[in-house]
Design a protein around this ligand. Structure first.
Ligand SMILES: [Fe+2]
Length: 503
């Protein structure tokens, strides 16, 4: 077991320097009697070498020495050692070095030599207290530095096992230990049998089942106490620290063996707070991931169900009107081809495709006899038919997936000159993609036989489209469409089965 770091007089090394062996003997006797560890040295040069080569916490030296005086010894030592605490012994006060020199050389105290060593002992004792404080501060500073360096590592999002492992690896040098373990609850849904998550290091490196066998009943009780009381519990040569998150929930415990119970404990508590946060963070993250996945799956399912429904509706519309069967597929196809030709991006192409497929979905609400009427429609009948673009937009508004498609479906019968429906939009107020659908829609109508007329020749269609420029259609879009028109496949070959092709 590592020696416990407590502040006793044995923890400090003192170097006593005087060129008179008698003085060293008498001071040494007093030091020994008081339990101090010291080394005596009669040669000032040897003393400098000793400080250079060995570790001393405190230097007690005579001022008047041969061949060099104490202030010179200090001057040389201070060139390479700023930490050592120095007490200077002076003879008669007239022979003491000036106060200025004492300050300059960073000598922490001085006293006159006498047969009574009480004053010297007091100075040594207060010197050692200062040294202890400096040690504590240094240890804390180093420990906090290590914590600061390790915190980003334990906060990295990774599997919980790796985080626990990282916590142990990072904490060992901070508290100068080799044996530790961490045990946390597993709140995730897949943990049906409530098994804890465990990671051990040093003699506790084991799997969870073997680990439980290593624990005495007293140890298990102490772990339970630490968790229930949310307090540190000392167990044998270690400490059990509960891991508490920011909501004061106990997540598990950290056990570290061979602990420095004074300063080390404070560092350990700081670190374990960080560790608890990182564990809590990791669990939250995995919970969010699981929920996200569930949400995603639900959304995909919803989308699929809705697409199935709308697809069925679309086919029902096509089935209603034998003369326009396959029309939606072709409008989608032509629109996408025109979109590609003018360089639209994948998102617009997908919107175009869905808009084409569903542009007449609103006709599901139009009476059959109107759709199939071969004679000229009465104005009120025409008004009825015109409702389909708005009805279509309403049907699609049920699901957010169609949010980009809705305005296109709504506006596919708008005209550049503002005489279209349902809103009488003009020019740039008409959604750009709706202007594309409008051309594709008209093109397919002219390419198809109707009860009252036969399909038009392609040259005539071009003329018709050009005639509509500025009234019904956008000039540039018509021009582009005419460029691709002759390359379009025969109407019967166009079927859009897949609703979700990504461009
Ligand atoms: Fe339409």
């Amino acid at each position: 077991m590592r020696k416990k770091l407590v502040s006793t007089v044995h923890d400090y090394n003192i170097l006593l320097v005087d060129d008179e062996i008698g003085i060293i003997d008498s001071i040494g006797t007093v030091l020994k009697r008081n339990g101090y560890m010291f080394k005596g040295c009669t040669n000032p040069h040897d003393a400098i070498d000793a400080v250079r080569n060995e570790h001393f916490d405190l230097l007690v030296l005579d001022f008047l020495m041969y061949p060099i005086h104490g202030d010179e010894v200090v001057k040389q030592i201070r060139r390479f050692n700023k930490e050592i605490y120095i007490l200077l012994l002076t003879g008669h006060k007239d022979l003491a070095p000036p106060l200025e020199t004492i300050k300059q050389l960073d000598i922490q105290g001085y006293c006159e030599k006498s047969d009574n060593f009480d004053q010297l002992l007091l100075l040594i004792e207060s010197g050692l207290k200062s040294i202890n404080q400096v040690r504590t501060i240094t240890k804390f500073r180093d420990g906090l530095n290590k914590i600061l360096q390790s915190v980003p590592r334990i906060y990295q999002l990774q599997p919980i096992d790796s985080i626990l492992e990282e916590i142990l690896v990072q904490i060992m040098p901070i508290v100068n230990s080799t044996n530790a373990f961490i045990l946390v609850d597993n709140p995730t849904e897949e943990n049906k049998d409530n098994k804890s998550i465990f990671r051990g290091i040093g003699k506790y490196k084991a799997d969870l089942d073997s680990f439980w066998l290593m624990l005495t009943s007293e140890f298990i009780t102490n772990i339970g106490t630490a968790r229930a009381e949310k307090t540190n519990v000392f167990h044998e040569e270690g400490i059990i620290i509960p891991l508490i998150n920011e909501y004061q929930h106990s997540l598990g415990i950290l056990y570290v063996e061979s602990l420095d119970r004074d300063d080390g404990l404070a560092l350990l508590e700081i670190f374990s707070n960080q560790a608890a946060s990182s564990v809590s963070n990791a669990f939250l993250h995995s919970l969010v991931n699981v929920k996200n996945e569930q949400l995603n799956n639900t959304y995909i399912q919803l989308k699929r169900n809705y697409l199935d429904t709308v697809q069925a509706l679309r086919l029902a519309v096509d089935a209603k009107d034998v003369y326009t069967r396959g029309h939606s597929d072709r409008v989608a196809y032509y629109s996408v081809e025109l979109g590609k030709f003018i360089g639209l991006g994948p998102k617009d192409l997908q919107t175009l495709k869905l808009s084409g497929l569903f542009h007449d979905i609103g006709k599901i609400g139009t009476a059959n006899d109107l759709l199939l009427k071969s004679e000229k429609l009465y104005p009120e009948e025409y008004e009825e038919i015109k409702k389909h673009s708005l009805t279509g937009a309403h049907i699609l508004s049920v699901i957010s997936f169609f949010k980009d498609v809705i305005p296109i479906v709504r506006s596919h019968h708008e005209r550049i000159d503002g005489t279209g429906y349902p809103d009488g939009l003009k020019e740039d107020d008409i959604p750009y993609l709706a202007k594309i659908i409008s051309i594709a829609d008209a093109f397919d109508a002219m390419m198809s036989d109707r009860m009252y007329r036969s399909r038009l020749e392609r040259d005539n269609i071009k003329k018709e489209l050009l005639r509509g420029v500025g009234k019904q259609f956008d000039y540039h879009l018509v021009k582009s469409f005419i460029e691709i028109m002759d390359k379009l496949p025969p109407t019967e070959d166009i079927i859009m089965d897949d609703l979700s092709i990504e461009y």
